[in-house]
Design a protein around this ligand. Structure first.
Ligand code: ZN
Length: 299
């Protein structure tokens, strides 16, 4: 059997969060259902941020309530603090993805907390989960390749956070290029460094295509042995710190590249292309993914 690469669909969260238009709850639920029907088995569905700060992410509880539990589906909730964890548990998410920024500059502006404070929150969440139960916790190290405020981010900064997260017992660590500045060679080195520091923790990679290096970075990740990648249908999203930037790497582009090379992803490419085109139109923009523009080959 060929190698399976797991793609976590993050369009409903990372994608929609960075779009200008806010979709009503029913449409977000409809999008999640269609993505799941097209093969998404892990999907970042909601974010437990304050809806006054991020109106696009309003209705997390309603969205989770509308999605009937399914054994083979994981609906992930993004969590930034203890209040978010409590909401995530109450809403019965299947996973909590806790963000720890690699830099203080981004952390303080984005989450109102330094990197060390966010790491403390992650530790406190893991401790509470051990006592009271709750969904598996994954940690995302954001701005792990560069920060719009603090500039370059060193491998050491990332490895230090990853090592601490692994000690807390997280199920998975994601290394995230939040602003799309990574290159494939650095990606490989960072994967190797984190793997050496935390050999028993599953790794996930998260790329934005802001500077057109997204798929190259995904390729480098697969070559370096990573089996889990985030992507967003239609390449949805933007970047609040880079005007006119595209969002995450497009799920259909990643599925195409991998399946053309013989990997399995479990996604229905035709269905994903259709969803990417429709959701982009709904958001009033041309699809950012290449497959939505060019179609697949062979047709
Ligand atoms: Zn992101």
């Amino acid at each position: 059997m060929s190698r399976f690469i797991e793609i976590v669909e993050v369009g409903p969260r990372d994608g929609l969060q960075n779009e200008k238009l806010s979709l009503p709850v029913e449409e977000k639920v409809g999008l999640i259902r269609r993505l799941e029907a097209a093969g998404a088995r892990r999907i970042e569905a909601v974010s437990f941020v304050n809806p006054n700060r991020v109106p696009q992410m309003a209705g997390a509880e309603e969205i989770m309530a509308a999605l009937a539990p399914e054994l083979d589906r994981s609906r992930i909730g993004l969590v930034l603090n203890m209040r978010g964890w409590e909401r995530c548990v109450a809403a019965q998410c299947d996973e909590a993805n806790v963000v720890v920024c690699a830099t203080d500059g981004f952390g303080v502006r984005n989450q109102g907390a330094t990197s060390a404070q966010q790491l403390d929150v992650l530790g406190a969440i893991c401790e509470r989960r051990a006592l009271e139960g709750g969904p598996p916790v994954t940690a995302t190290i954001s701005v792990a390749f560069g920060c719009p405020f603090d500039g370059e981010v060193s491998e050491d900064q990332v490895v230090t956070i990853a090592r601490a997260a692994a000690l807390f017992g997280v199920a998975e660590i994601a290394i995230a290029d939040t602003i799309g500045v990574a290159d494939p060679w650095t990606v490989r080195k960072r994967i190797e460094a984190v793997r050496e520091a935390c050999p028993d923790t599953r790794l996930r990679l998260h790329f934005h295509d802001t500077r057109n290096t997204g798929l190259a970075n995904a390729f480098a990740s697969v070559e370096a042995g990573a089996d889990v990648l985030d992507a967003s249908v239609g390449g949805l999203g933007g970047c609040p710190f880079a005007p006119n930037a595209t969002g995450n790497i497009g799920t259909e582009d990643l599925v195409y590249m991998l399946e053309r090379a013989g990997f399995e992803t479990g996604y229905d490419l035709d269905a994903m292309i259709a969803i990417g085109r429709e959701i982009s139109e709904r958001l009033g923009k041309a699809p950012a993914s290449s497959l939505a523009r060019a179609g697949k080959f062979p047709a």
